[in-house]
Design a binder for this molecule. Structure first.
Ligand SMILES: *Cc1c(COP(=O)(O)O)cnc(C)c1O
Length: 237
């Protein structure tokens, strides 16, 4: 094991331990929480290293970057598309992603439906909710989610599996708790009449413990595993 692999192993182990403790506090089952390792801006070498360490779920937020890495490791990873998805990029990711976390508008759903149907696929997706109301974030306001979800029933090649949300950055992660709690309440309401609506993706490096305490069963973690990025923010090319 090279020094970098050892470092990633240590970081990953720490994250998994923190996840386990957060699950214990909430009475949840750690095995029921999926850790998605977010490899945006992370090189292919580190991607291979975490795959070698047994991580399978990999998150990317840009289509081109995901495709580039897909060409190297293929289906060795289960790919999660977690960023804003431009309609003209759907064709590149539709047949490669395990789960699209960022379904947030009818035009995107229509393109997903069209491309999935053409390829004979059923795409799994989460509706992205902007629970915090923060303007810079993508996602639907919570009050529009039930109607969108009903509308999505016409898209026979899209299976809506749950919700995704992002909290704004706070120095104190406790401040994210009401956002995650409200998202979980919405999730529970929507889930009541659909057992297949079972995935709640929330929590990142800053706030994943709070998210899991509030009921997340998918967390998306980048920096706690790979270290800081030189983050230029979400640049939409
Ligand atoms: C970058 C990103 C993450 C991971 O963020 P970290 O702070 O690196 O853990 C999670 N979700 C989305 C949508 C992201 O863009």
């Amino acid at each position: 094991m090279d020094a970098r692999t050892r470092e990633l192993y240590d970081r990953l182990t720490r994250v998994q331990e923190r996840l386990r403790l957060a699950c214990r506090r909430s009475g949840g089952d750690p095995a029921a929480v999926t850790l998605v390792a977010v490899t945006k801006e992370v090189g292919v070498d580190d991607l291979r290293r975490v795959l070698g360490l047994g991580v399978r779920d990999i998150g990317e937020n840009r289509a081109q970057e995901m495709v580039r890495k897909y060409e190297v490791v293929g289906d060795e990873a289960r790919w999660h598309f977690i960023g804003h998805l431009q309609t003209n990029k759907v064709k590149y990711v539709v047949d490669k992603t395990r789960l699209i976390h960022s379904l947030d508008r009818p035009s995107l759903a229509e393109e997903l439906q069209r491309r999935a149907e053409r390829r004979g696929l059923v795409v799994q997706a989460l509706i992205q909710v902007n629970t915090s109301g923060e303007e810079s974030k993508f996602g639907l306001p919570p009050e529009e989610v039930p109607e969108f979800r009903e509308w999505l029933k016409r898209c026979r090649n899209i299976r809506v599996r749950g919700l995704m949300t992002m909290a704004p950055f706070f120095d104190d992660p406790e401040e994210t708790r009401p956002i995650f709690r409200r998202t979980k309440e919405l999730f529970d309401r929507l889930r009541a009449d659909d057992e297949g609506f079972d995935l709640l993706s929330m929590g990142m490096t800053n706030d994943f413990e709070v998210a899991v305490e509030e009921g997340a069963n998918i967390v998306r973690i980048g920096r706690a595993i790979f270290g800081e990025r030189d983050d230029p923010g979400e640049v939409v090319p």
